[in-house]
Write a protein that binds this ligand. Structure first.
Ligand SMILES: C[S@@+](CC[C@H](N)C(=O)[O-])C[C@H]1O[C@@H](n2cnc3c(N)ncnc32)[C@H](O)[C@@H]1O
Length: 249
């Protein structure tokens, strides 16, 4: 008898941003396989479940994707209700495709429970609309780290330097100084507004704004923080929120 797999989006960290469906699946789970970024207070909602960390976090040892796939199948084949908990929205930069392929290939029933991405939560915490009627007509999401952890080499520089697009970079703290140099070389003004959003809705949340050049300099000088962070740049609306620090320089 096969169980059932729910790929559940945990949101950015604050349990208030879980959907009701996500909370329901956690409460009824037999086993929860969770990432580093979806640990914390949310796990308390899975009161009856075995909790298994399978986290992947830059710079630390992590479970191999094949091992995660195998664990999902093992528990589902034992007839359990499996929750595969993924941070933010499960479909954004979370290796959902590999896990779906494994579950589909094994003929196991599944669902995907959508959620609040860290992008949406960060924009909300900063008081920042992601689009602007006349100046920001496009939003694009980019990973700042390819499979080797470095800046992807096949970037579409014209799109990334588009002055009418807001760009959001996941996992981009390390590579942003190099990315910024490339953007400026491809015509993006160095004084384009930028924002870095760390540990959104988690203890230690920090928001800083400045220009692309200032943020690149700060990250080159200080290195990446250990907190998860998103970087926004483009024709961002002016932010006057007291919770947002201003980058020096
Ligand atoms: C593997 S990706 C998962 C993204 C997730 N699926 C989402 O929709 O937010 C992890 C990256 O998402 C971003 N991230 C996730 N949670 C975050 C948070 N609470 N605050 C800031 N950035 C976050 C960071 O760029 C982090 O390195």
């Amino acid at each position: 008898m096969s169980g059932f797999v729910s790929f559940v989006s945990s949101g950015p960290g604050d349990p208030d941003l879980l959907t009701r469906r996500a909370a329901d699946r956690l409460a009824r789970a037999d086993v929860v396989l969770y990432d580093d970024l979806s640990s914390g207070p949310i796990l308390a909602l899975a009161a009856q479940a075995a909790l298994i960390p399978v986290g992947k976090r830059a710079g630390r040892p992590s479970a191999k994707q094949e091992a995660v796939n195998a664990l999902i199948l093992e528990h589902a084949r034992a007839g359990r209700r499996v929750v595969r908990l993924k941070s933010g929205d499960a479909g954004m930069f979370g290796r959902l495709e590999e896990e779906l392929t494994a579950v589909r290939g094994a003929g196991i029933a599944f669902e995907i429970v959508p959620g609040v991405s860290s992008v949406n939560a960060a924009a909300a915490e900063a008081g920042l609309p992601l689009t602007r009627r006349l100046t920001a007509r496009r939003v694009q999401y980019l990973t700042g780290a390819d499979v080797t952890g470095k800046l992807p080499q096949d970037l579409n520089w014209a799109a990334l330097a588009d002055p009418h697009a807001v760009t959001v970079i996941f996992m981009g703290q390390r590579s942003f100084p190099d990315l910024a140099a490339g953007l400026i070389a491809h015509g993006l003004p160095a004084d384009t507004p930028a924002l870095i959003a760390e540990a959104i809705t988690q203890p230690g949340q920090r928001l800083r704004r400045g220009t692309v050049a200032q943020l690149a300099e700060a990250l080159r000088r200080d290195g990446p923080s250990t907190a998860p962070a998103l970087i926004f740049y483009g024709p961002l609306a002016a932010i006057s929120d007291a919770a947002v620090e201003v980058l020096a320089g």
